[in-house]
Design a protein around this ligand. Structure first.
Ligand code: AMP
Ligand code: TRP
Length: 328
């Protein structure tokens, strides 16, 4: 029996933050046991909005290095760059031609990202979920670990696969989203109504994986909470709940343990302890990252090997799909 396949990706559109780590990458690392994993840097998704070319290329390498620094093991797992595997683009065209516009019109992420600019944003941004479906379906993926915001895209991916199978015969496997509830949505520190995001304008809301301890302390000490006193997990107290969730995920302690630990103590103490916990948890990631980046050729070699493996599988799937459709 072959192992189940896992596929996921992150856009190189900015520095990775603890939301990416707790909501996504930490789960990837765990899933390496017992699964065959493919972790992609989705640079073609990043260009759906304007990017600086030089920065994009540099960030692509940085994100790959961060995957490894977080514990993705290049010996067991395929790490690659989306644009190194042209099958993703070809597959997208075929899927475009069987995806009803109505399905794309329902995508909430597009509506949020496009906002008022609906007539100005790129066709690529609109088509983003179809490219994502290609990423996933080309590898006969079983599981897709993602944050909550991506569930709708995985459902669309299943719909596309089902429609293709219905129209042309059984070709694609239906993938399943894996969302770890806790950590699925880490909120911005300075605005707990909004999720922590790479594109956020305010650096105070986001803890980057490479932030130094001083910056981490400063951001956490200034995090927005409320004026109540008791420290407990209460989802309606968004700022506090977010800090406690981060504490819970990094400490591995239960909610009861955490609540009793902070019983009778104030927010300042919680923040101080949390800042130390975050700084210590990110230290090994930061150190490993620096080590990796000393030798740029190391990453280039891993990405070249990854592209070779990914291409071999993606080409086969693409060939199968083209045959079914009657292309060539
Ligand atoms: P993005 O930063 O939007 O490219 O997302 C990369 C991965 O991290 C996806 O699986 C997201 O669902 C996840 N993610 C992004 N932001 C957060 C957040 N604030 N909390 C939890 N997961 C997140
Ligand atoms: N859209 C995902 C995000 O923004 C990134 C992504 C692209 C992805 N292709 C994927 C995630 C395939 C999982 C599987 O987070």
């Amino acid at each position: 029996m072959s192992k189940p396949r896992v596929f996921s990706g992150v856009q190189p559109s900015g520095a990775l933050h603890i939301g990416n780590y707790l909501g996504a990458i930490r789960n990837w690392v765990r899933m390496q046991d017992g699964n065959e994993c493919f972790f992609c840097v989705v640079d073609a998704h990043a260009i759906t909005v304007p990017q600086d070319p030089k920065r994009l290329r540099a960030l692509t390498r940085e994100i790959a290095a961060l995957y490894i620094a977080c514990g993705v093991d290049p010996e067991r797992t395929v790490i690659f760059v989306q644009s190194h595997v042209p099958a993703h683009f070809e597959m997208t065209w075929i899927f475009n031609c069987i995806t009803p516009l109505g399905w794309l019109n329902r995508m909430t992420q597009f509506k949020e990202k496009a906002g008022e600019q609906r007539e100005q944003v790129s066709a690529g941004l609109y088509d983003y979920p179809v490219l994502m479906a290609s990423d996933i379906l080309l590898y006969d993926t079983d599981y897709v670990p993602v944050g909550e915001d991506q569930i709708q895209h995985i459902e669309l991916t299943r719909d596309i696969a089902q429609r293709f199978n219905y129209l042309f015969g059984e070709t694609f496997k239906l993938p399943q989203a894996i969302v770890q509830r806790a950590g699925a949505r880490i909120m911005s520190l300075d605005n707990p109504e909004k999720k922590m995001s790479k594109s956020s304008e305010s650096p105070m809301g986001t803890i980057d994986l490479l932030d130094e301890p001083d910056a981490i302390r400063q951001k956490i000490m200034r995090a927005v909470t409320d004026s109540l006193r008791e420290i407990r997990f209460d989802e309606s107290r968004k700022g506090l709940y977010n800090l406690l969730t981060i504490y819970e995920l990094l400490s591995g302690q239960s909610r009861e343990e955490i609540e009793s630990h902070f019983a009778g103590r104030g927010y300042a103490e919680l923040k101080r302890e949390l800042a130390e916990l975050v700084a210590e948890s990110l230290r090994p990631i930061r150190e490993k990252y620096r080590e990796i980046m000393k030798d740029p050729q190391y990453i280039e070699d891993i990405l070249a090997r990854g592209a070779e493996k990914a291409n071999a599988i993606a080409q086969q799937t693409l060939r199968r799909a083209k045959e079914r459709v009657g292309l060539g």
